[in-house]
Design a binder for this molecule. Structure first.
Ligand code: SF4
Ligand code: SF4
Length: 286
């Protein structure tokens, strides 16, 4: 069972939900939590970790052989990222702009371009009780978010019952990379006008991708039914409402798992996990 936890925008409580769901699930089954918010991963702040292993992730950058190059300009023309520029006497490569698409290698008529490599970030694997935490961290300034998300997902722990993906915020390519092959997507939304606007963008994206999803309403206030009304209109399942409480916000800011320190929230996340198992088993038989 693979579940992505996503949101249309940052700050809705996506990491709060994914860390506490993974924690509560790890008390019953073997769990892997992947922090794929590679620009600023922070799931690791909530866990005591053992056996930490770090590997560097590399992607391709072109290397030009000056002896073979005839300065025809084809590589400049095919590179939509302006990462390679052919000059009358030289070819310049800008690694920080290169998206490793291989376009210039394939199109060079002189076969003057070969593969070099650059570091784009790291993947850290650690253990927390019966949970494996896999964290992708992008090097500052690298335009390789999607590539690192893919590489982190490929760090597959097949010996688990449930995998949670903590997705980057938004609706762009890295998020599509996260949700494209999961069994279910949890959208974490907050009941504000901004929250609804960005949640709707994500809902439309997931509908286009034909993904199975539901909504967790975070910071839910008693009298505010903005998201419930929206979900009813759109026929979207509301999985659970997490109340807006200052003690929850304080615990999160301290880096505490509320499923360890607040029994009623442990119970709420436990119920949520059971519900997710029922939903995903049900959808597997559809
Ligand atoms: S496409 Fe090849 S031959 Fe042409 S300028 Fe680029 S590296 Fe040189
Ligand atoms: S690999 Fe792609 S992005 Fe990088 S320089 Fe070549 S064409 Fe541009």
């Amino acid at each position: 069972m693979k579940i992505a936890v996503a949101s249309g925008k940052g700050g809705t409580g996506k990491t709060f939900v994914s860390t506490n769901l993974a924690n509560v699930a790890s008390k019953a089954v073997r769990v892997a939590l992947y922090d794929l918010d590679v620009d600023e991963p922070n799931c690791h702040l909530f866990f005591n970790r053992d056996h930490e292993a770090v590997e560097t992730v590399k992607t391709m950058i072109p290397v030009v052989d000056g002896e073979k190059c005839l300065h025809c300009g084809t590589c400049s023309d095919v590179c939509e990222f302006h990462a390679i520029v052919s000059l009358p006497t030289d070819v310049l490569v800008f690694p920080e702009l290169c998206h490793s698409c291989y376009g210039c290698l394939e199109m060079c008529p002189e076969e003057a371009i070969t593969e070099g490599f650059k570091d784009i970030g790291t993947i850290t694997v650690s253990e927390h009780r019966s949970m494996t935490l896999v964290t992708g961290k992008l090097r500052i300034g690298q335009p390789a978010t999607t590539a690192l998300v893919r590489a982190t997902k490929d760090e597959a722990d097949t010996n688990v019952d449930v995998t949670f993906y903590d997705s980057p915020p938004g609706t762009s390519c890295p998020v599509i990379e996260v949700v494209k092959d999961v069994d279910y997507v949890i959208l974490v939304g907050e009941p504000t006008r901004f929250g609804l606007h960005d949640l709707d963008l994500m809902v439309q994206t997931l509908k286009q991708l034909d993904r199975h999803f539901g909504v967790i309403i975070n910071k839910a206030a008693e009298q505010n039914h903005l998201l419930e009304d929206y979900c009813r209109e759109q026929e979207i399942d509301v999985i659970v409402r997490i109340p807006e409480r200052s003690d929850i916000a304080v615990a999160y800011a301290r880096g505490e798992l509320v499923t360890e320190t607040m029994p009623e929230l442990e119970e709420l996340f436990g119920r949520t996990f059971k519900r997710l198992r029922q939903i995903t088993v049900g959808s597997a038989h559809e």
